[in-house]
Design a protein around this ligand. Structure first.
Ligand code: KG4
Ligand code: ZN
Length: 342
């Protein structure tokens, strides 16, 4: 089963070809991603209209490149999969319509993929892990803890009640005068800072529910920065270090509750796994914190390679391949959805 995947839900235009064999093992034949970061950086965040136009300009070429790198033509593809949501509607329209048109012209089955399902199924492509497992998705647009029970069977245990974690990193960076995207900048500055100089809040810490909250933390950073104005470089470094320590501590508390929940729901699973995905998973301090937490609770910690943690089309092609093996194709009438919970 070879599937062409298309991803255009945010600021990455991507196309890929993935193969799934009869044993359920996956192989990436090509994975092309074009980031629009430079187009959006001057505005300090993703501008939907710019994103949609940029997808239109490059998508055809990227699909051609993905097929070429996989040494295939459309005739060799068994199915076409495209992200149908959630995400920015302009970009979704571009990718979904292109995918449908290709499927129709080449007379191939079409699969409309939920972007979050793409992230959720990635560890089955990279690490061949079995259901069920826990997924922590932390990106610029999403912060969710998901119980992945089976194909198409997902239970969201918790989500952010305000900002996504990546968004909190980006907004904190902006408040401190650091460039976009802010996550890597905050991590770099934090390395030079003293995390004990300021104490920032740990939102929802100790609460029974499995949700996340980050806007209070961002507000505390704003207040602190205003009090200290004008900020020296060491002020910025110390605030970043305090911010990251607060995030690590909060994640530790929130995620440990979900690990316990997993144990309650699936007591028979001998070696449960926590999978982390999304751009924030690149953060070394947070990774180490989650790794320790897993080690202390008897969980395997799985972080797919960075290129497959962030937005890409291989995960969409793979979700399409898993669906194609087990489910009937989607109708070409399907509409894009800017909101689409798993
Ligand atoms: O998954 P992703 O590439 O795109 C989507 O949001 O879908 O995630 C991007 C987010 C941005 O908010 C970025 O600031 C954050 O991931 N990020 C990081 C790091 N690298 C990227 N956050 C914290 N530490 C990092 N090293
Ligand atoms: Zn994503």
């Amino acid at each position: 089963m070879r599937v062409l995947g298309i991803e255009t839900s945010c600021d990455e235009t991507a196309a890929a070809v993935v193969e799934r064999d009869h044993n359920g093992h996956g192989r990436i034949l090509s994975n092309v991603v074009l980031s629009q970061i430079d187009d959006h950086a001057p505005y300090g965040g993703v501008v939907p209209e710019i994103a949609a136009r940029a997808h239109v300009e490059v998508l055809d070429r990227l699909i051609g490149q993905a097929l070429h790198e996989a040494q295939m033509t459309l005739d060799d593809v068994d199915a076409v999969a495209a992200t149908a949501g959630p995400g920015l509607i302009g970009g979704l329209i571009v990718g979904l319509m292109t995918g449908k048109a290709i499927a129709m012209a080449a007379q191939k089955p079409f699969y409309a993929i939920n972007h979050l399902e793409g992230h959720a199924l990635t560890p089955r492509l990279t690490d061949q892990i079995d259901f069920p497992y826990l997924l922590l998705l932390v990106s610029g647009g999403h912060t969710q803890m998901v119980l992945v029970k089976g194909l198409g069977d997902y239970e969201r245990l918790g989500t952010t009640i305000d900002d996504a974690l990546g968004e909190a990193f980006d907004k904190t960076a902006k408040l401190l005068g650091l460039p976009y995207p802010g996550g890597p900048e905050v991590e770099k500055a934090a390395l030079l800072g003293d995390s004990s100089r300021f104490l920032l809040p740990r939102p929802l810490k100790g609460e029974e529910r499995l949700d996340f909250s980050f806007s209070g933390l961002k507000t505390a950073v704003r207040q602190l920065a205003t009090t200290l104005e004008p900020l020296s470089q060491s002020d910025v470094n110390d605030i970043c270090a305090a911010f990251q320590a607060a995030v690590a501590d909060t994640l530790n508390d929130r995620v440990s509750r979900s690990l316990a929940r997993f144990r309650t729901v699936f007591p028979e699973v001998a070696e449960p796994a926590l999978v982390v995905a999304g751009g924030v998973a690149a953060n070394k301090v947070l990774r180490a914190c989650l790794q320790n937490l897993c080690a202390g609770n008897g969980f395997r910690f799985i972080a797919p390679p960075m290129a497959l943690c962030t937005d890409n089309a291989a995960m969409i092609a793979w979700a399409g391949a898993e669906r194609a093996e087990n489910m009937t194709a989607d109708s070409l009438d399907i509409a894009p959805r800017s909101r689409w919970p798993l």
